[in-house]
Design a protein around this ligand. Structure first.
Ligand SMILES: Cc1cc2nc3c(=O)[nH]c(=O)nc-3n(C[C@H](O)[C@H](O)[C@H](O)COP(=O)(O)OP(=O)(O)OC[C@H]3O[C@@H](n4cnc5c(N)ncnc54)[C@H](O)[C@@H]3O)c2cc1C
Length: 394
């Protein structure tokens, strides 16, 4: 397919979003952001399918894999227009932005043919099963076990999984989970791990939502009790899961933050509007923090664009860690500013712990410096791998 010019593409995206968010999906405008993942879930799943049907998922993926093969500049335009239109937070982003790129980098042709179409159509939702009660920052300590039980034929058989994951975002809605599991108990730490694709809707999987500060549940505990995955549903070789998992994390900390940052722009604008409405803007300290927030937004935008400009398929270096460190702290400060400009009203929740957007933003952003690798871990990676500083004692 010929690549449309950027202006024509922008007009097409804008027109499509305006028309599609005007009808049945109009109530979804602005829904589902941080701390609000419970809003309109079935409707947002339907929206995901509409995006898929209309060819708006996998814009940058190769055409041979069902994507549209568009240059990254077009993806940027899509994200910009998506944020500008206030289109709902995606329920399918883990599949599109984490697993899909991982399969493009490490998956077999059969795996790409089996799993990419469901992501592209918005019909199969994914979650990420890395963290465990005893393995977060120290991810190599994963103890969920998987063993291959052979079927009758050489190729047959299934992985049998036992163990527990925790903090699994959107597991309550997911059809599939990419799971880091220990397949060789004798091998040391990260050497014995494998990357398995596990169906969530089966008797051996139990999902228990965790109530968060925001009063809602984005993440969950996930228990595997003799859960099954097909023998072929392993990405990379047995024992090669660490390399694959790190590939996913590099994507997580990089490209996929762009859409999120455009959401930050809307949040910033809401904070500015509140500061004007409450008169907080007249306070010189608040004014200075607003200017600083705006400048940070610009810096993050250009940093993310620079990271995105790398050739397709190249696994980036430590730039994504730098980006994560910057945006996490920026977003947390915006959450603080959001409640400060609201004044005393921000200290009260509504009946039944009903929170307004500023309160949710403040509470949710406490998590930003933890998930996707905490600040301390990002600094360790930058120090050791980026700058070649001495390794921290282990
Ligand atoms: C909102 C949210 C969503 C999440 N979603 C998912 C998900 O979908 N899937 C998933 O698998 N996980 C998910 N996580 C989990 C997340 O990846 C972990 O919380 C994170 O990796 C930190 O691990 P931990 O919570 O076990 O903390 P720990 O590793 O126990 O860390 C505790 C503290 O010690 C510090 N620390 C640990 N090791 C070091 C060190 N070597 N040097 C210096 N300081 C150190 C940490 O920085 C942190 O401050 C999510 C977390 C949050 C908050």
């Amino acid at each position: 397919m010929p690549v449309p010019g950027e202006d024509a593409f922008r007009a097409e995206v804008r027109g499509w979003l305006a028309a599609s968010l005007a009808g049945d999906f109009a109530p979804l405008v602005g829904s589902g952001g941080p701390g609000r993942e419970h809003e309109f879930v079935p409707e947002r799943m339907a929206w995901e399918r509409l995006l898929g049907d209309s060819g708006w998922i996998g814009l940058g993926w190769p055409e041979a894999d069902g994507g549209r093969g568009l240059p990254w500049g077009h993806e940027v335009i899509f994200y910009e227009e998506y944020a500008r239109a206030g289109a709902p937070a995606r329920v399918g982003h883990i599949g599109e932005q984490l697993l899909g790129p991982t399969l493009l980098m490490f998956g077999t042709a059969e795996q790409r043919a089996r799993f990419l179409p469901g992501i592209l159509a918005g019909t199969e939702l994914w979650c990420q099963g890395y963290s465990e009660p005893g393995a977060g920052s120290d991810l190599a300590a994963v103890s969920t076990r998987a063993r291959l039980v052979k079927g009758d034929g050489e190729e047959g058989g299934e992985w049998h999984l036992d163990g527990q994951k925790v903090w699994t975002s959107l597991a309550q809605f997911a059809d599939w989970c990419f799971v880091l599991a220990r397949t060789d108990p004798a091998a040391e730490r990260h050497r014995g791990l494998s990357y398995l694709l596990v169906p969530m809707r089966q008797p051996g999987v139990e999902v228990r939502p965790i109530v968060q500060l925001t009063g809602t549940s984005e993440f969950n505990e996930v228990f595997f009790d003799d859960a099954r995955a097909a023998a072929a549903d392993i990405v990379g070789a047995p024992g090669d899961g660490w390399r694959v998992a790190m590939g996913t994390l590099a994507v997580e900390r990089g490209v996929s933050t762009l859409g999120q940052q455009l959401g930050f722009q809307r949040e910033f604008e809401a904070v500015l509007a509140t500061a004007r409405a409450t008169g907080a803007i007249d306070d010189p300290d608040i004014g200075a923090r607003i200017v600083e927030a705006w400048a940070g937004l610009e810096v993050m935008r250009y940093t993310a664009l620079a990271t995105l400009g790398r050739p397709a398929g190249a696994v980036p270096g430590t730039e994504p860690n730098v980006n994560k460190l910057i945006w996490a702290q920026w977003h947390q400060r915006l959450g603080e500013l959001a409640v400060d400009v609201s004044g005393a009203a921000a200290t009260l929740a509504g009946p039944g712990y009903e929170l307004d957007n500023a309160q949710r933003l403040f509470l949710y952003t406490r998590a930003d410096t933890i998930y996707g690798g905490s600040n301390e871990i990002q600094r360790n990676v930058i120090a050791e791998r980026g700058l070649g500083l001495p390794r921290e004692p282990r």
